[in-house]
Design a protein around this ligand. Sequence first.
Ligand code: GCO
Ligand code: MG
Length: 402
Amino acid sequence: MKIVDAKVFVCSPGRNFVTLKLTTESGLTGLGDATLNGRELAVASYLTDHVCPLLIGRDAGQIEDIWQYLYKGAYWRRGPVTMNAIGAVDLALWDIKGKAAGMPVYQLLGGKARDGVLVYGHANGGDIPSTLRAVEGFLERGYLAVRAQTLVPGLEKMYGITKEQLRYEPAEGELPLETVWETRPYLEFVPKLLHTVREQLGFDFHLLHDVHHRLTPIEAAELGKRVEDCSLFWLEDPTPAELQESFRIIRRHTTTPIAVGEVFNTIWDCQQLITEQLIDYIRMDAAHSGGITHLRKIAALAELYNVRTGCHGATDLSPVCLAAALHFDISVPNFGIQEYMHHTEETDAVFPHAYHFEAGYLHPGEEPGLGVKLDESLLERFPYKRTYLPVARLRDGSVTNW
Ligand code: GCO
Ligand code: MG
């Protein structure tokens, strides 16, 4: 299974995606997702200029050895660009192994540990009534878990609020859009939203909320406490997580379950969070965290400490990454939930896939490998466009976390 070709494709069918394609001498191909939102070309160059030449002639079957070679062999370890590039190679190799075995990747990971992958959808609105209607819309479509986000009065633009319900695209503009953030109005308004959702729609579904790194640890503790009777499935990214021990403050004050990790890249980013049981769900995904190979190790550590998985699944992760997450999710013992945002029709056309949604669950499908293709004939139609994620400032002009 010698690798004879490694190519990187950058396209923008509704948003930018970076895709790695590996080909073996027998003609088997594997795909990996190397998309790092707002910094796409850095990973494309890392792969094309530094990693692809190292892959030619290697045995595609030696997934662990190639992972170690790319991680330890770079000398400069970790970081989003490096780990996303390694992740893309890793996914492409699992895809090839599955195709060589004639099996979907989940079979290689130990087979199904559940019948389907529980997913949550994103409901949001400009105010509480429209957010309520959006939550209802997801429940009507069969979702068993819904994330609720609402615009806070006085703030013009906020993370997670979109006109289109199924999709959310925060990256826009040739240069970053600047938004204004104020914590107090948010802290007063979000408990109202979550309480109203439970009062009006009941407790018969899982309810989630994403704080998107906006609070200090003590503010996060306050929010967690104030929404305890809403029985959230999780409160996500309540505070930035560079200082892992800061989650002790949140834990001391509230029983609301905490989910963290979409911006992490390695097991070292969450080691203390897991071993001190400071979180309940680890949100790392199959592309940004060094692929399935590294994600499995993180999940195994988490399993020891009763932490469950909840892979990031925003639309800036391509269908290749979502498929990889689903093979992982369906086979991992300590699975919690999977985020699911719909890609655009153009994205689905560029990446035809075997995964499908049914009654609240996603299923990875039975195609050998990851079950995702790349329609190269469409790529010319969707050239790369530079876009940035927004930047946030406080009212006094200081830069804060977006
Ligand atoms: C989520 C995330 C995303 C990120 C996005 C950044 O929970 O889905 O917070 O929406 O903002 O992935 O590129
Ligand atoms: Mg998030």
